[in-house]
Design a protein around this ligand. Structure first.
Ligand code: NAD
Length: 250
Protein backbone atom coordinates (compact mmCIF):
# COMPACT_ATOMS: atom_id res chain seq x y z
CA UNK A 1 0.00 0.00 0.00
CA UNK A 2 1.54 3.28 -1.10
CA UNK A 3 1.17 6.29 1.20
CA UNK A 4 -0.33 9.23 -0.69
CA UNK A 5 -1.31 12.75 0.30
CA UNK A 6 -5.11 12.92 0.57
CA UNK A 7 -6.98 16.21 0.83
CA UNK A 8 -10.57 16.07 2.12
CA UNK A 9 -12.69 19.24 2.01
CA UNK A 10 -15.31 19.83 4.71
CA UNK A 11 -13.44 17.32 6.87
CA UNK A 12 -14.05 19.17 10.13
CA UNK A 13 -17.39 17.43 10.58
CA UNK A 14 -19.66 14.51 9.66
CA UNK A 15 -18.96 12.51 6.51
CA UNK A 16 -15.74 14.39 5.64
CA UNK A 17 -14.27 13.75 9.10
CA UNK A 18 -15.11 10.03 8.70
CA UNK A 19 -13.49 9.91 5.25
CA UNK A 20 -10.34 11.68 6.53
CA UNK A 21 -10.05 9.20 9.42
CA UNK A 22 -10.46 6.16 7.15
CA UNK A 23 -7.89 7.47 4.64
CA UNK A 24 -5.43 7.99 7.52
CA UNK A 25 -6.08 4.42 8.70
CA UNK A 26 -4.96 3.29 5.23
CA UNK A 27 -1.60 5.03 5.82
CA UNK A 28 -2.27 8.18 3.78
CA UNK A 29 -1.11 11.62 4.99
CA UNK A 30 -4.31 13.60 5.27
CA UNK A 31 -5.01 17.31 4.79
CA UNK A 32 -8.18 18.17 6.71
CA UNK A 33 -9.65 21.26 5.03
CA UNK A 34 -12.61 23.17 6.41
CA UNK A 35 -13.90 26.73 6.49
CA UNK A 36 -14.28 26.32 10.27
CA UNK A 37 -10.69 26.19 11.56
CA UNK A 38 -11.48 24.73 15.04
CA UNK A 39 -13.28 21.71 13.59
CA UNK A 40 -10.49 21.05 11.06
CA UNK A 41 -7.99 21.11 13.92
CA UNK A 42 -10.16 18.74 15.99
CA UNK A 43 -10.32 16.14 13.17
CA UNK A 44 -6.57 16.47 12.50
CA UNK A 45 -5.85 16.05 16.24
CA UNK A 46 -7.99 12.87 16.37
CA UNK A 47 -6.06 11.40 13.44
CA UNK A 48 -2.72 12.27 15.04
CA UNK A 49 -3.84 10.81 18.38
CA UNK A 50 -4.54 7.52 16.55
CA UNK A 51 -0.99 7.51 15.13
CA UNK A 52 -1.79 9.01 11.71
CA UNK A 53 -0.37 12.03 9.88
CA UNK A 54 -2.71 14.99 9.41
CA UNK A 55 -2.62 18.71 8.73
CA UNK A 56 -5.52 21.10 9.41
CA UNK A 57 -6.05 23.73 6.71
CA UNK A 58 -8.51 26.58 6.68
CA UNK A 59 -10.27 27.64 3.45
CA UNK A 60 -13.61 28.37 1.89
CA UNK A 61 -13.59 26.13 -1.21
CA UNK A 62 -15.58 28.67 -3.24
CA UNK A 63 -12.82 31.30 -2.89
CA UNK A 64 -10.05 30.91 -5.51
CA UNK A 65 -7.34 32.73 -3.48
CA UNK A 66 -8.06 30.69 -0.34
CA UNK A 67 -8.02 27.43 -2.34
CA UNK A 68 -4.65 28.28 -3.93
CA UNK A 69 -3.17 29.21 -0.55
CA UNK A 70 -4.51 26.04 1.14
CA UNK A 71 -3.18 23.69 -1.55
CA UNK A 72 0.23 25.44 -1.42
CA UNK A 73 0.30 24.90 2.37
CA UNK A 74 -0.56 21.21 2.00
CA UNK A 75 2.03 20.69 -0.74
CA UNK A 76 4.75 22.39 1.34
CA UNK A 77 3.96 20.38 4.50
CA UNK A 78 2.83 16.96 3.25
CA UNK A 79 3.76 16.84 -0.46
CA UNK A 80 1.69 17.05 -3.67
CA UNK A 81 -1.94 15.95 -3.37
CA UNK A 82 -2.63 12.53 -4.94
CA UNK A 83 -6.17 11.97 -3.62
CA UNK A 84 -8.77 14.76 -3.58
CA UNK A 85 -12.17 14.27 -1.93
CA UNK A 86 -14.61 17.11 -2.70
CA UNK A 87 -16.97 16.74 0.25
CA UNK A 88 -17.54 20.30 1.61
CA UNK A 89 -21.18 21.25 1.43
CA UNK A 90 -24.41 22.27 3.04
CA UNK A 91 -28.09 22.71 2.19
CA UNK A 92 -30.28 25.80 2.34
CA UNK A 93 -33.67 24.29 1.57
CA UNK A 94 -36.78 26.08 0.41
CA UNK A 95 -39.56 25.86 -2.13
CA UNK A 96 -38.23 27.14 -5.46
CA UNK A 97 -40.72 30.03 -5.40
CA UNK A 98 -39.42 31.24 -2.02
CA UNK A 99 -35.73 30.58 -2.57
CA UNK A 100 -33.56 33.71 -2.31
CA UNK A 101 -30.88 34.15 -4.97
CA UNK A 102 -28.26 34.26 -2.19
CA UNK A 103 -29.22 30.73 -1.09
CA UNK A 104 -29.02 29.48 -4.67
CA UNK A 105 -25.56 31.04 -5.09
CA UNK A 106 -24.23 29.89 -1.71
CA UNK A 107 -25.12 26.22 -2.28
CA UNK A 108 -24.12 26.05 -5.96
CA UNK A 109 -20.88 27.92 -5.27
CA UNK A 110 -19.69 25.57 -2.55
CA UNK A 111 -20.61 22.27 -4.23
CA UNK A 112 -19.87 23.08 -7.87
CA UNK A 113 -17.52 26.07 -8.06
CA UNK A 114 -15.67 24.68 -5.01
CA UNK A 115 -15.12 21.26 -6.63
CA UNK A 116 -13.95 22.93 -9.86
CA UNK A 117 -11.48 25.16 -7.98
CA UNK A 118 -10.14 22.26 -5.91
CA UNK A 119 -9.64 20.12 -9.03
CA UNK A 120 -7.86 22.99 -10.82
CA UNK A 121 -5.54 23.49 -7.83
CA UNK A 122 -4.59 19.82 -7.39
CA UNK A 123 -4.86 18.00 -10.74
CA UNK A 124 -1.72 19.54 -12.35
CA UNK A 125 0.48 17.85 -9.70
CA UNK A 126 -1.40 14.56 -10.26
CA UNK A 127 -0.76 14.89 -14.00
CA UNK A 128 2.97 15.36 -13.30
CA UNK A 129 3.17 12.09 -11.36
CA UNK A 130 0.80 10.28 -13.74
CA UNK A 131 -1.47 9.18 -10.87
CA UNK A 132 -4.47 10.77 -9.18
CA UNK A 133 -7.83 10.01 -7.59
CA UNK A 134 -10.65 12.54 -7.35
CA UNK A 135 -13.83 11.55 -5.51
CA UNK A 136 -16.79 13.93 -5.43
CA UNK A 137 -19.42 13.55 -2.72
CA UNK A 138 -22.82 13.82 -4.41
CA UNK A 139 -26.15 12.72 -2.88
CA UNK A 140 -29.21 10.61 -3.72
CA UNK A 141 -30.84 14.05 -3.96
CA UNK A 142 -29.11 14.33 -7.36
CA UNK A 143 -31.92 12.06 -8.60
CA UNK A 144 -34.54 14.64 -7.58
CA UNK A 145 -35.88 15.95 -4.27
CA UNK A 146 -38.48 18.53 -3.26
CA UNK A 147 -37.88 21.94 -1.68
CA UNK A 148 -34.15 22.00 -2.44
CA UNK A 149 -33.75 22.96 -6.07
CA UNK A 150 -30.35 24.59 -5.41
CA UNK A 151 -28.96 21.46 -3.72
CA UNK A 152 -30.41 19.06 -6.33
CA UNK A 153 -29.06 21.19 -9.20
CA UNK A 154 -25.63 21.37 -7.52
CA UNK A 155 -25.45 17.62 -6.87
CA UNK A 156 -26.67 16.55 -10.32
CA UNK A 157 -24.27 19.13 -11.76
CA UNK A 158 -21.49 17.56 -9.72
CA UNK A 159 -22.30 14.17 -11.27
CA UNK A 160 -22.05 15.68 -14.77
CA UNK A 161 -18.79 17.37 -13.74
CA UNK A 162 -17.54 13.96 -12.59
CA UNK A 163 -18.24 12.29 -15.95
CA UNK A 164 -16.79 15.17 -18.01
CA UNK A 165 -13.63 15.61 -15.90
CA UNK A 166 -13.09 11.82 -16.00
CA UNK A 167 -12.90 12.03 -19.80
CA UNK A 168 -10.44 14.95 -19.73
CA UNK A 169 -8.14 13.39 -17.13
CA UNK A 170 -8.16 9.67 -18.03
CA UNK A 171 -5.09 10.06 -20.27
CA UNK A 172 -3.10 11.35 -17.27
CA UNK A 173 -3.78 8.39 -14.93
CA UNK A 174 -6.31 10.44 -12.94
CA UNK A 175 -9.73 8.93 -12.18
CA UNK A 176 -12.78 11.00 -11.23
CA UNK A 177 -15.73 9.32 -9.53
CA UNK A 178 -18.61 10.23 -7.23
CA UNK A 179 -20.20 8.73 -4.14
CA UNK A 180 -23.86 9.63 -3.49
CA UNK A 181 -24.81 9.14 0.16
CA UNK A 182 -28.37 8.54 1.29
CA UNK A 183 -29.37 9.78 4.75
CA UNK A 184 -26.36 9.93 7.08
CA UNK A 185 -26.66 11.32 10.60
CA UNK A 186 -24.52 14.51 10.72
CA UNK A 187 -25.03 18.24 11.43
CA UNK A 188 -26.94 18.31 8.14
CA UNK A 189 -29.63 15.90 9.44
CA UNK A 190 -30.10 18.10 12.51
CA UNK A 191 -30.88 21.01 10.16
CA UNK A 192 -33.29 18.83 8.08
CA UNK A 193 -35.10 17.67 11.27
CA UNK A 194 -35.65 21.27 12.38
CA UNK A 195 -36.94 22.19 8.93
CA UNK A 196 -39.34 19.21 8.95
CA UNK A 197 -40.63 20.37 12.39
CA UNK A 198 -39.54 17.14 14.07
CA UNK A 199 -37.18 16.31 16.91
CA UNK A 200 -33.94 14.74 15.72
CA UNK A 201 -35.06 11.37 17.11
CA UNK A 202 -38.43 11.50 15.31
CA UNK A 203 -36.71 12.58 12.11
CA UNK A 204 -34.13 9.77 12.16
CA UNK A 205 -36.83 7.19 12.94
CA UNK A 206 -39.05 8.44 10.08
CA UNK A 207 -36.11 8.44 7.68
CA UNK A 208 -34.97 4.94 8.69
CA UNK A 209 -38.45 3.59 7.81
CA UNK A 210 -37.97 4.71 4.20
CA UNK A 211 -34.59 2.96 3.83
CA UNK A 212 -34.71 -0.67 2.58
CA UNK A 213 -31.92 -1.89 4.90
CA UNK A 214 -33.77 -0.27 7.81
CA UNK A 215 -31.14 2.06 9.20
CA UNK A 216 -29.57 5.48 8.73
CA UNK A 217 -26.09 5.55 7.15
CA UNK A 218 -22.85 6.41 8.92
CA UNK A 219 -19.77 8.35 7.73
CA UNK A 220 -17.98 4.97 7.78
CA UNK A 221 -20.44 3.56 5.17
CA UNK A 222 -19.60 6.44 2.84
CA UNK A 223 -15.85 6.27 3.51
CA UNK A 224 -15.77 2.58 2.44
CA UNK A 225 -16.93 3.58 -1.06
CA UNK A 226 -14.43 6.46 -1.20
CA UNK A 227 -11.61 4.04 -0.33
CA UNK A 228 -12.69 1.78 -3.21
CA UNK A 229 -12.40 4.63 -5.74
CA UNK A 230 -9.14 5.89 -4.15
CA UNK A 231 -7.42 2.50 -4.28
CA UNK A 232 -4.08 2.10 -6.02
CA UNK A 233 -5.47 -0.49 -8.49
CA UNK A 234 -8.87 1.17 -9.19
CA UNK A 235 -7.51 2.82 -12.35
CA UNK A 236 -10.07 1.18 -14.70
CA UNK A 237 -13.04 2.72 -12.84
CA UNK A 238 -13.69 6.33 -13.79
CA UNK A 239 -16.63 8.65 -14.43
CA UNK A 240 -18.89 6.55 -12.19
CA UNK A 241 -21.40 7.34 -9.45
CA UNK A 242 -22.13 4.88 -6.66
CA UNK A 243 -25.10 5.51 -4.36
CA UNK A 244 -24.49 4.41 -0.79
CA UNK A 245 -28.00 4.72 0.53
CA UNK A 246 -29.21 1.44 2.00
CA UNK A 247 -31.10 0.43 -1.14
CA UNK A 248 -32.09 1.60 -4.61
CA UNK A 249 -34.26 4.69 -5.00
CA UNK A 250 -36.16 6.30 -7.81
P1 NAD B 1 -21.66 18.53 7.87
O1 NAD B 1 -22.38 19.82 8.03
O2 NAD B 1 -21.54 17.64 9.08
O3 NAD B 1 -20.18 18.79 7.31
C1 NAD B 1 -19.92 19.62 6.20
C2 NAD B 1 -18.59 20.34 6.44
O4 NAD B 1 -18.32 21.12 5.26
C3 NAD B 1 -18.64 21.32 7.63
O5 NAD B 1 -17.54 21.06 8.49
C4 NAD B 1 -18.56 22.70 6.97
O6 NAD B 1 -17.86 23.65 7.77
C5 NAD B 1 -17.80 22.38 5.69
N1 NAD B 1 -18.06 23.36 4.62
C6 NAD B 1 -19.26 23.78 4.16
N2 NAD B 1 -19.10 24.69 3.20
C7 NAD B 1 -17.76 24.86 3.04
C8 NAD B 1 -16.97 25.67 2.19
N3 NAD B 1 -17.50 26.54 1.32
N4 NAD B 1 -15.60 25.57 2.28
C9 NAD B 1 -15.02 24.72 3.16
N5 NAD B 1 -15.74 23.95 4.01
C10 NAD B 1 -17.09 24.02 3.94
O7 NAD B 1 -22.39 17.79 6.65
P2 NAD B 1 -22.25 16.29 6.10
O8 NAD B 1 -23.60 15.70 6.25
O9 NAD B 1 -21.06 15.61 6.65
O10 NAD B 1 -22.05 16.62 4.54
C11 NAD B 1 -20.86 16.31 3.83
C12 NAD B 1 -21.19 16.13 2.36
O11 NAD B 1 -22.08 15.02 2.20
C13 NAD B 1 -21.90 17.32 1.73
O12 NAD B 1 -21.41 17.54 0.42
C14 NAD B 1 -23.35 16.88 1.68
O13 NAD B 1 -24.06 17.53 0.66
C15 NAD B 1 -23.19 15.38 1.43
N6 NAD B 1 -24.34 14.57 1.81
C16 NAD B 1 -24.76 14.48 3.10
C17 NAD B 1 -25.85 13.66 3.40
C18 NAD B 1 -26.36 13.49 4.81
O14 NAD B 1 -27.42 12.85 5.00
N7 NAD B 1 -25.70 13.97 5.82
C19 NAD B 1 -26.52 12.97 2.38
C20 NAD B 1 -26.07 13.10 1.07
C21 NAD B 1 -24.97 13.90 0.79
Amino acid sequence: MQSRVALVTGAGSGIGAGIAQELATQGHRVAVLDRTPETATATADQIKASGGTALAVHADVSDPAQVTQAVAEVTASLGPVGILVNNAGFAKDNNVLDMPLDDWDAVVNTHLRGSFLMLKATAPAMRETGWGRIVNISSISALGDDERVNYVAAKSGLEGFTRAAALDLAQHGITVNAVGPGVVHTKMTTVSAARAGRTLEQHLEAQAKTIPVGRIGTPHDIARAVLFFAAEDADFVTGQVIYVSGGPHG
